[in-house]
Write a protein that binds this ligand. Structure first.
Ligand code: COA
Length: 331
């Protein structure tokens, strides 16, 4: 059996917000943001929603895979910023696509969400429950960001990325002898560090609780704790995933990492002793879009023709939870 990504797509809001625009909102500078994070600009919703962006990305992924919406078995949307609590975003996407035969649900593992959703889809396909899945990461973080907090508002952007994953009965051997498809996945969480990157939902305020609790509805972050976690956990889980299938970092062509901070990506490359040229980046133009960053970068790198059949990819990221994960696959 081969379980492989056969189509990718992405959708970004039209509106570009530069670091110079942020200089007018908070006490910061373009120089500080670029030096500490690598980010120059990001896309911010001007009305686009998590579901419309997700559906836009899905349409492109389906088109690339040569499939129509009525052929989709499962839609999995990873998001931590849905516009509705009910119905879930995946059901909204199902309606927007007209994918009436698909099962649909959301999954929240913050910035690791796309990886966790990809792994979940893999498990369903491997078990023979579904033949294919649309796996999506979609976020409109701009509504969760405190635009007065310079420690967080400079980091995040909005957007969506999608991958169409299919199971086939036959093994597909590429010309370099590698067998196409998913090879290994690792995922983990450390709930004890949950509050270093958080965003509250509505508090328990039912009719039987006399004292109402005031809570900030915005993203709160201890940047240095997140930084330490990422630079330690990401290389460790990549190494773990490769070890499980007897591979070395030299066997990998591309490391598609969560785009949170250029310095984090550089640190991961250094710890793994891998040339930074194998780590594509687009954080400069679009910042951190949480669950959307990995599929958007994957789509960009795929459409540019940089990923060739037989290339081995590691997808890896981290995020609130705190969560982390890595997937190894051959294109
Ligand atoms: N502009 C100017 N100064 C800023 C600033 C901004 N946007 N944000 C913070 N500062 C200031 C701080 O107030 C602090 O000032 P002080 O020294 O007078 O107290 C100084 O810059 C250093 O702040 P610090 O938080 O130590 O900076 P840092 O080097 O850790 O960089 C982050 C901050 C957020 C860029 C970095 O910690 C980071 O990227 N962490 C990971 C976050 C992440 O990836 N989150 C998403 C996870 S999915």
């Amino acid at each position: 059996m081969t379980i492989a990504i056969t189509g990718t797509g992405s959708a970004l809001p039209e509106k570009i917000v530069t670091n110079f625009d942020l200089e007018k909102l908070v006490e910061t500078t373009d120089e500080w943001i670029q030096k500490r994070t690598g980010i120059a600009e990001r896309r911010i919703s001007d009305g686009e929603t998590v579901s419309t962006l997700a559906a836009g990305a899905c349409k492109k992924a389906l088109e690339m895979a040569g499939k129509t919406a009525d052929e989709v078995d499962l839609i999995l949307v990873a998001t931590c910023s849905p516009e509705m609590l009910l119905p879930c975003c995946a059901c909204q996407v199902q309606e927007l696509l007209g994918a009436s035969g698909a099962a649909a649900f959301d999954l929240n593992a913050a910035c690791s969400g796309f990886l966790f959703a990809l792994n979940t889809a893999y498990a369903y396909l491997h078990a023979g429950i579904y033949r294919n899945a649309l796996v999506v990461g979609s976020e409109v973080l701009s509504k969760l960001v405190d635009w007065k907090d310079r420690g967080t508002c400079i980091l995040f952007g909005d957007g969506a990325g999608a991958a169409f994953v299919e199971a086939g009965a036959e093994a597909i051997i590429r010309s370099n002898g590698r067998r196409a498809g998913m090879e290994c996945m690792v995922q983990g969480a450390d709930g004890t560090k949950g509050m270093v990157l958080s965003c509250a939902e509505r508090a328990v305020n039912n009719a039987f609780i006399p004292e109402r609790q005031a809570e900030s509805p915005y993203i709160r972050m201890d940047g240095q704790e997140v930084y330490k976690f990422a630079t330690k956990q990401v290389p460790a889980c990549i190494q773990d995933a490769l070890d499980r299938v007897g591979l070395a970092v030299e066997d990998v062509d591309w490391f598609i990492l969560h785009q949170a901070n250029v310095r984090i990506i550089e640190s991961v490359a250094k710890r793994l002793k891998v040339d930074i040229a194998k780590f594509p980046m687009n954080i400069h133009q679009i910042g951190n879009m949480s669950s959307a960053t990995i599929p958007v970068l994957l789509d960009e790198w795929n459409r540019s023709g940089s990923i060739r059949e037989g290339d081995r990819l590691v997808l890896s990221g981290f995020g609130a939870g705190l969560t982390y994960g890595a997937s190894v696959l051959v294109w």
